[in-house]
Design a protein around this ligand. Structure first.
Ligand SMILES: NC(=O)c1ccc[n+]([C@@H]2O[C@H](COP(=O)([O-])OP(=O)(O)OC[C@H]3O[C@@H](n4cnc5c(N)ncnc54)[C@H](O)[C@@H]3O)[C@@H](O)[C@H]2O)c1
Length: 315
């Protein structure tokens, strides 16, 4: 299968592209190597992919129609996995226009290409953030999602709605996958697990926003990749599907897991809660189980050990 992964040089994109290579797909990635975090890490991801197997690389912006068309024209993808985005809740509060541009207009650009080049499947990387401030858990795909609490969340919801319009108006097969806090080797450096681990290793204080009882559904990246591949195989007409681990961990327990896995004590500094942060995320994954046979297999303790093994090797 010919697969085009946008944002393929990033954290999830790397792991997806590697799995697709293992499955003998013809993998192309498109990424603009932006500076949201150190692009050297993204270049390293691409080098590692190139060493693993064949890979076509488009260094291009999803806002650049001409380059996007060139990628579609040359690769004629049978599947598109659209992961390119400005990620991160807190920075989106500082720069909403940038988020809207890349995450909404960029997604429309991808959907327009899909309308013209007609891949058999199109997957959109959405986010648990669309559930907003809702405290009714676990989050189900049938819950209302009209109250995002960050521009990032609003752009992801907008992306889902746009995907729906293209599915119904242009008979495309599109699935929107709502990822719940993804972690693992090569995780974005500004995300909590990665940042905390570095601070523990460097004996710096860990900023704990709130009282540490906020809870997240942390999902190991290999499980997310398995969910993406399963969605590609089943290829529903139009669906929104949660991909999480379906267990929650408090911030304080997360730090304790990291301390244990890294063999080092953390120094905690309690700070006021941050705007845009959700108190809890927790995925109901019944639909994913039923529809695409999704079964996450890496519990947080094992996943954190694997992450720690990577960061100790990488630092
Ligand atoms: N990591 C998570 O916990 C998580 C949770 C929910 C949703 N998501 C979504 O999954 C996707 C991948 O996330 P990630 O954690 O791997 O992030 P990432 O930042 O590592 O990957 C995104 C990639 O997209 C690229 N990109 C950004 N803007 C681009 C543009 N205009 N043109 C071309 N490429 C561009 C970046 O350079 C980056 O390599 C994103 O859409 C994100 O919103 C991630």
């Amino acid at each position: 299968m010919r697969v085009l992964v946008t944002g393929g040089a990033g954290f999830i994109g790397y792991h997806l592209a590697a799995r697709l290579q293992d499955e003998n797909c013809e993998v192309s990635i498109l990424d603009n190597f932006n500076s949201f975090y150190d692009p050297v890490l993204k270049r390293q991801n691409v080098r590692d992919l190139q060493q693993r197997g064949p890979l076509r690389l488009y260094e291009a912006d999803i806002l650049d129609d001409r380059r996007l068309r060139q990628a579609f024209e040359e690769t004629r993808p049978q599947a598109v996995v659209h992961l390119a985005a400005w990620a991160g809740v807190r920075p989106s509060l500082e720069n909403p226009a940038l988020y809207a541009n890349v995450n909404v207009t960029g997604t429309v650009n991808l959907l327009e290409m899909a309308r013209e080049y007609r891949p058999e499947s199109f997957l959109f990387g959405s986010s648990s953030s669309v559930y907003g401030g809702s405290e009714r858990v676990p989050y189900s795909e049938t819950d209302p999602v009209d109250c995002p609490i960050s521009p990032y969340a609003a752009t992801k919801r907008a992306g889902e709605l746009l995907c729906h319009t293209y599915a119904v108006n242009h008979s495309l097969h599109i699935s929107c996958l709502r990822f719940f806090t993804v972690y693992g080797p090569r995780q974005r450096p500004e995300m909590a697990i990665h940042k905390f681990a570095r601070h523990i290793l460097e004996e710096k204080e860990i900023p704990v926003f709130g009282d540490g009882t906020s809870r997240r559904d942390y999902t190991f990246v290999d499980d997310i990749v398995s969910g993406i591949i399963a969605a590609l195989r089943v290829n529903p007409r139009f669906e929104i599907i949660n991909l999480g681990e379906s267990r929650t961990t408090t911030l304080l327990d997360l730090i304790a897991h990291l301390e244990q896995a890294l063999g080092k004590k953390a120094r905690r500094r309690f700070l006021p809660p941050q705007p845009g942060d959700m108190l809890v995320t927790y995925a109901d994954i019944e639909k994913a189980r039923r529809l695409i046979g999704y079964r996450p297999v890496i519990p947080i303790e094992a996943g954190i050990r694997r992450f720690a093994g990577w960061i100790l090797g990488a630092s």
